[in-house]
Design a protein around this ligand. Structure first.
Ligand code: 26Q
Length: 816
């Protein structure tokens, strides 16, 4: 492991300050101090980083259109075991490490769960000594910054690269590649061999920006390579006329510059709705083509026989956004390596694996064939051929059952189904929690499962316990180490040893003190930011995730309104003081979600300003929810809200983070909540709501009337009427819209159907909190059983069952 003494660190810090800024340390701003510190750390790791790159392990390449990394300084210091040395060295120089940690930008290059999962996976691959690298896009603007104006969400561009560069990145112009868009494809008969020539294309440069991914206390430093799009210099300027659409005029040069730069300009802020935008398709092909070219270039530098590609390389497609890896790899193998179709297809399938993250029809990517044909003519030809062969196979297998063939084909009704292409073009398809995988196999992808059952497998998601416990909750981590030693840091299943303390009053008291400390930190943050006083002795009840109807923030706020009414009617109503905390961004085009934000903010305003309930109820909607906010909120949470409509949340990952930090979960049996329940048992989780079967049956056979329920249940009616009766001011339009979604359109997500049961579950929480010792004991049992949700476990399973399958030696998977 690399290391440095305090003395040497201080010398290097000073020297770096002179060389970068030609000034003394006490003149420097925090921003400059941070730059200097990061630069010193990069120097320390540089040699190791290069050495990791030339290792001869089988390499895993993880393609994802978003990586939500969070701040890197603290977690890098943790993984390098340098925090103490550097903290003390900086202190000697009169600098506070904590101030510099706070100074770092939190890059928002992802929407939520998917991108954060990819970040946790990179951490685990490096920490498990797997040579695994990420490929993605270096967006100039990440996910918008959210502001509230009169309770409405307003989006502000996320200009995260204010200094032009990101402190942890290294640009590598010598590794840039060209990606080709549009143009014409000609097939030329070259001595009886068909040669493919792509002419008149628009070339776009993919410039790699590398970020080091440092393993936990080991020697691995992997790479996240993000591509920025740019012009190809020789094709720029009034004299160049390479591409069909650009004649060589000054105007055209500018148009070309725009065309190229636009591709990596901004992250799409949608996380559930596929919109079919041309620019999005350009983004997808851009980073896929750049990544695959990079892989093949590297492979050919070190290895000779391209037929051996699957032995040295595993390519993972995270959701369908990088699907074009399949035809792009085919293109290179066919057109550039001269392989036959069958050889190329074998290699492609054996190299590529795919993870599905959703079952929601509206999120499934289907691209118009015409759009792909024009933008990516050669890729489209290959997709057409894949589809033609697949249809032949299906026709034969299902004796011409036209419905089945159409349903399973890749191109149907002029649209290309990316999920279908992924399934048949890869050797492994996995869901992200047991229930999700079962629904894929038995409902959504049933025909594909019946056709190739051996391809399907489950990989329940996980979280990087280094960031989500060790780093964000150091006091809890220390207590755990004090009790069971430090082996749990490498093997989180060891956390189970904590369970023996579940009746130890002393330990439970310490656990309680740590939670209260964390709650005070959050209370200070909220006071500073929003000038709201919250009581650290109240129950912190938290729901932080994207705003979506299926996640049912609405159910949560209806419960709050219910409590409010009960309190107004009866000031002696039995209630432990509660602080409800929300954090959520809505996609800018998602009208209903934005209306729900306005509704929650309006309810918060009314309750927080009502003296009558002042000591009992508070509602805080934190602005601009982000990874760094989550790191403050999660260690302080008492209650974890995981209340999605059963079957709709593929897995969820905040549920795991809360559990690991000792919150008690109130949940439907959806996604990975099912597995949390299995871990802790009925006594240690509060469940409610429809079962998966009930939801699936309602969806198939009908039989639910929201209107009837509304009319017959006075508690439900009371809160639903609050949407439209003026009780909550200034929500005329939003209230009506939400009301209609429930009553006129029959409550697609069963909010009202689950409400009574949810209120009962919440009463259990209220009752339990009064028995503080019991509460803390349950909290401890949750922490003790959370080890299985470390992403180290998840990544070990991917490695064993997918990426290194067939490479086992003595029953152990072999990475070489
Ligand atoms: C697609 C096309 C065009 C534009 C955007 C998109 C797009 C972008 C992001 C579609 C989906 C996403 C993100 C999805 C996501 O975060 N899914 C979540 O993945 C988590 C990790 O597996 C799960 O825990 C969550 O249950 C799932 O909702």
């Amino acid at each position: 492991m690399v290391t440095i003494s305090k003395k040497k660190f201080k010398q290097q810090f000073e020297t770096k300050m002179y060389s970068l800024y030609a000034q003394s340390i006490n003149e420097a701003s925090n921003e400059q101090l941070l730059n200097v510190l990061c630069s010193v750390i990069k120097d320390i790791i540089a040699k190791r980083w290069i050495e990791t790159k030339i290792s001869c392990q089988k390499e895993v390449y993880y393609f994802c259109i978003e990586f939500l990394m969070g701040r890197q300084l603290k977690s890098n210091l943790l993984n390098l075991d340098l925090e103490k040395t550097i903290r003390e060295g900086l202190k000697d120089l009169g600098i506070s490490l904590d101030d510099l940690i706070e100074e770092e930008v939190d890059p928002a290059l992802g929407n939520g769960g998917l991108g954060r999962l990819a970040a946790c996976f990179l951490d685990s691959m490096a920490s498990l000594d797997i040579s695994g690298h990420g490929y993605g896009i270096r967006y100039k603007y990440g996910l918008f910054e959210q502001k509230f104006v009169n309770g409405y969400q307003v989006e502000v561009p996320d200009n995260w690269l204010t200094q032009g560069n990101y402190i942890w990145e290294t640009v590598r112009p010598n590794k840039a590649v060209v990606v080709k868009f549009e143009g014409d494809v000609e097939l030329i008969d070259d001595n009886k061999r068909l040669r493919v020539v792509h002419k008149n294309y628009i070339p776009v440069m993919a410039m790699p920006y590398d970020i080091p991914i440092i393993g936990y206390e080991n020697d691995s430093i992997n790479t996240l390579r993000l591509f920025k799009s740019d012009i190809v210099r020789r094709d720029f300027g009034p004299t160049s006329s390479n591409a069909k659409n650009y004649s060589g005029s000054y105007d055209d040069a500018l148009k070309y510059k725009y065309y190229a730069e636009e591709i990596s300009q901004v992250l799409y802020p949608n996380d559930s709705n596929y919109a079919g935008r041309l620019l999005r398709l350009k983004q997808e092909y851009f980073f896929v083509s750049a990544g695959i070219q990079d892989i093949i270039r590297k492979f050919k530098k070190h290895k000779s026989n391209i037929l051996d590609l699957p032995k040295s390389v595993a390519i993972h497609i995270n959701d369908t956004h990088p699907t074009l890896c399949i035809p792009e790899l085919m293109r290179i193998l066919l057109d550039e390596e001269g392989l036959s179709w069958d050889e190329a297809w074998d290699i492609t399938k054996n190299t590529i694996s795919y993870t599905n993250h959703t079952i929601m029809a509206e999120a499934m990517e289907k691209w118009p064939a015409e759009m792909m044909k024009k933008l990516l003519p050669r890729i489209y030809m290959i997709v057409e051929e894949i589809d033609r062969r697949y249809k032949n196979y299906l026709n034969e297998k299902y004796s011409g059952d036209i419905n089945k063939v159409n349903h399973m084909s890749i191109i149907n009704c002029e649209n290309i189904s990316m999920a279908h292409l992924c399934i048949m073009g890869s050797h492994s398809v996995n869901g992200v929690a047991n229930l999700h995988t079962e629904i894929l196999k038995n409902e959504v992808l049933k025909d594909f499962y019946d056709d190739e059952p051996e391809k399907f497998n489950n990989k329940t998601n996980g979280i990087a316990h280094r960031r989500w416990l060790l780093s964000c909750n150091p006091k809890l981590a220390d207590l755990i180490t004090e009790l069971i030693g430090s082996e749990w840091k490498r093997d989180t299943l060891k956390l189970e040893e904590l369970e023996k303390y579940k009746d130890d009053i002393d330990v439970l008291r310490k656990l309680d003190e740590i939670k209260t400390d964390n709650k005070k930190i959050l209370a200070n943050h909220i006071k500073e930011k929003y000038d709201i006083d919250i009581n650290p002795n109240s129950i912190y009840d938290v729901q932080i995730k994207r705003l979506h109807a299926y996640k049912r923030q609405l159910l949560n706020v209806f419960h709050i309104l219910h409590l409010y009414h009960e309190l107004l009617e009866n000031p002696n109503f039995d209630i432990e003081p509660r602080t409800f905390i929300f954090g959520a961004k809505a996609a800018p085009g998602y009208h209903l979600a934005k209306s729900i934000i306005k509704f929650i903010n309006s309810v918060a305003y009314k309750i927080n300003n009502d003296e009558r309930v002042k000591d009992k109820l508070k509602v805080v909607f934190v602005e601009n929810y982000s990874v760094s906010l989550a790191e403050i909120i999660i260690p302080a949470a008492d209650v974890s809200e995981q209340i999605s409509t059963t079957t709709k949340e593929a897995s969820g990952t905040s549920n795991m983070k809360f559990m690991m930090n000792g919150a008690i979960t109130i949940a439907t049996l959806d996604g990975a909540n099912v597995e949390i329940h299995e871990q802790v048992g009925n006594e240690n989780i509060i469940l409610f709501g429809l079962s998966a079967k009930q939801v699936l049956d309602y969806n198939k056979y009908g039989g639910y009337s929201a209107l009837d329920l509304y009319k017959s249940n006075m508690y439900i009616k009371r809160v639903v009427d609050d949407l439209i009766n003026g009780f909550i001011p200034n929500i005329e339009k939003e209230g009506r819209e939400i009301y209609d979604s429930l009553i006129t359109y029959n409550d697609e997500y069963f909010v009202l159907r689950d409400m009574e049961n949810y209120i009962e579950a919440q009463q259990k929480i209220n009752k339990l909190y009064k028995e503080k010792e019991k509460w803390n004991s349950i909290s401890l049992v949750n922490i003790a059983n959370s080890g299985i949700f470390s992403s180290d476990r998840t990544i070990s399973e991917y490695a064993k069952d997918i990426w290194f399958k067939g490479c086992e030696i003595n029953g152990e998977y072999n990475k070489l």
